[in-house]
Write a protein that binds this ligand. Structure first.
Ligand SMILES: C[S@@+](CC[C@H](N)C(=O)[O-])C[C@H]1O[C@@H](n2cnc3c(N)ncnc32)[C@H](O)[C@@H]1O
Length: 360
């Protein structure tokens, strides 16, 4: 399968030694064992926050946030206002119970008053893809998307697979979370969409941290969402009221324009069939000042300049429906092309964490 080839192709390149980014002015290199960044002295631990931060959320209220404590900011970014019809982007009307929770999806149904289309939840998530509800019509997505729909893949994902990303320079989960929070400082207290959340590794951490008024775990794979729901169920005292599971295509996000404070996309950019369409969608849903933070691989280094590698990676992308980034600058261009500014990046070997902001 094409995506399998991506893994093996990556594995060869991932095992190469560390390299310092050749764009030091805007990129921050950190070492695997001691995470440091010139951008922020408080990168390695959230306990470095010394006083409550005053943050702006959803452009509607100022909330005091005490990192790692539960926020009382539900009214700031009501889920009622953010969900939109993936066909026309007009707001969806909730029928019946309007209880946002990882458990309430089964009781939820929605109506688009413009398209007159109804959307329903099942026992684990709300299905908000365009073709939701179709019985006969089945669409095959790009291999890199279809691959993650297999039950075995979602089962294995957090049982060793995700951890193997460390071979490419991904930090351990705790450090990755610290880095993410650092990029998201300006929007703590608001709502967050964990786009292409997989089995919800970071969605669950976002929800448990209490740093966000609402967490939407979004993925195209039903099985990934089911696995996420399973993990949530297994955890005692999980704050379910803070989490909503949504099935959607990254190229057609079911949220109102300018309604989201933060979008996180962990290890997913390279799996999207069209990163530019996806980032344009992310840019559309972010409110002014909203932040996009993402991780992926950059396969740069001495071989990246070879014309052969570029055409190889393009051909591979055509077959697999995924994208191989060959330079940090490609990611910066992508964000800028989609209307996002203030590009930042942290590098460690093939791993990169980027963030960019919707202009205010
Ligand atoms: C490598 S996993 C990343 C999971 C998780 N975010 C993490 O940090 O480990 C990539 C995810 O992208 C999702 N994905 C691929 N194509 C997608 C699409 N078109 N729309 C939404 N999600 C997609 C897959 O289902 C998969 O869960």
């Amino acid at each position: 399968m094409a995506t399998m080839s991506l893994s093996s192709f990556s594995a060869v390149l991932l095992s190469r030694p560390s390299q310092i980014s050749n764009k030091p002015s805007r990129c921050f290199f950190f070492k695997p064992l001691l995470l440091t960044s010139s951008r922020s002295p408080s990168l390695s631990s959230s306990s470095n926050y010394t006083s409550p931060a005053q943050v702006r959320a959803s452009s509607t209220a100022i909330v005091e946030t005490e990192p790692d404590s539960i926020l009382d900011a539900k009214e700031v970014s009501s889920s009622k206002k953010i969900l939109a019809c993936p066909i026309c982007y007009n707001q969806l009307i909730w029928n019946g119970d309007h209880v946002t929770s990882a458990d309430s999806a089964a009781r939820s149904s929605f109506q688009c008053n413009t398209c007159k289309k109804a959307y329903c939840g099942n026992e684990t998530h709300i299905d908000l893809i365009v073709a939701s509800g179709a019985k006969e019509y089945g669409e095959v997505m790009a291999p890199a998307t279809e691959f993650f729909r297999f039950p075995l893949i979602s089962f294995l994902y957090e049982r060793g697979w995700r951890q193997s990303f460390s071979l490419g320079g991904f930090p351990d989960q705790e450090k990755e979370f610290e880095l993410i929070k650092d990029h998201l400082k300006p929007v703590l207290g608001g709502n967050i969409v964990d786009a292409s959340c997989g089995s919800g590794l970071f969605s669950r951490l976002f929800a448990k941290s209490g740093l966000f008024s609402l967490v939407v775990a979004l993925d195209f794979s039903e099985n990934m969402l089911q696995q996420c729901h399973e993990y949530v169920k297994q955890e005692e005292n999980f704050p379910k009221e803070n989490l909503m599971l949504v099935r959607a295509d990254i190229s057609r996000l079911p949220f109102a324009s300018s309604s989201i404070d933060a979008v996180h996309a962990g290890a997913a950019l390279h799996c999207w069939p069209s990163p530019s369409t996806a980032v344009a969608e992310i840019s559309r849903i972010l409110r002014p000042g909203g932040v996009f933070v993402a991780t992926t691989y950059v396969l740069d280094g001495p071989f990246a300049a070879l014309p052969l590698l570029k055409s190889l990676s393009q051909n591979f992308g055509r077959i697999s429906g995924s994208h191989i980034f060959l330079a940090d600058s490609e990611l910066e261009e992508l964000c800028n092309a989609c209307g996002l500014v203030d590009f930042k990046c942290d590098r460690n070997r093939r791993f990169v964490m980027i963030s960019a902001t919707k202009p205010s």
